[in-house]
Design a protein around this ligand. Structure first.
Ligand code: ZN
Length: 216
């Protein structure tokens, strides 16, 4: 199918699947704004040359947040899209702290296209944290989140010059209101020491609130 048609079909599907989900930020933006931002970043990073990756960007949170299955994505789109979404989906059966650690561990091993998608997701989440942080997150939690994001992104660098620049700009912008760098520097110790200090076990994603209808 024509790439443009497929991308818009995915945008429509994403808006429907996430219809009751909102961002966790104080502004409670509709969740689809995050999906469109990630898709736009992916499209820019690839010059629009990889429609399946843009489709996967639009659908990247459907399994994790809406209980959509790999099979549904494969049936409505294709196996390539479904595999990409699975690759950037956390295993929700694991405890949150472990999932976050696995993101750091697995980032360098993602396929090059999944790295681009993950990178775009982290940029969008970091921008949101700076511009519309969850009201109930104390500063320490925001700092921990940025420090964790920096660790994940360390494994994604090299995937896209454009996304690397966008990420570094977002991190610099965030630093004006979230003094994360001080903390990051003080955590330049072995991971075991960080864990003992309660660092490196990051907080929640500033991603979503609201009901999560699970499709069968
Ligand atoms: Zn996301």
């Amino acid at each position: 199918m024509n790439g443009l048609v497929t991308v818009l079909r995915a945008a429509d599907a994403a808006a429907r699947w996430h219809v009751n989900q909102r961002r966790k930020g104080a502004a409670q933006e509709p969740y689809v704004t995050h999906l469109l931002e990630v898709a736009m970043l992916v499209a820019e990073a690839t010059g629009g040359a990889d429609p399946n990756l843009i489709v996967a960007a639009l659908l990247h949170d459907t399994i994790e947040d809406q209980g959509v299955t790999r099979q549904e994505i494969a049936a409505q789109f294709n196996d390539d899209v479904a595999d990409l979404v699975v690759e950037v989906t956390d295993n929700k059966k694991l405890p949150k702290a472990e999932r976050k650690q696995l993101q750091i561990k697995h980032a360098p091993d993602l396929t090059p296209r999944a790295k681009i998608l993950k990178f775009a997701d982290k940029i969008s989440n970091l921008r949101s944290l700076a511009t519309s942080p969850p009201a109930d997150w104390p500063m320490q939690r925001r700092i921990d989140y940025v420090v964790w994001t920096m660790e994940v992104v360390q494994g994604l660098r090299g995937a896209s010059d454009l996304l690397e620049q966008e990420f570094d700009r977002a991190a610099a912008d965030a630093e004006r209101i979230i003094p994360w760098r001080q903390k990051a520097d003080s955590t330049n110790r072995p991971a075991s020491a960080r864990d003992a200090a309660g660092l490196g076990v990051p907080a929640d994603e500033p991603s979503s609130v609201g009901p999560r209808p699970v499709t069968p």
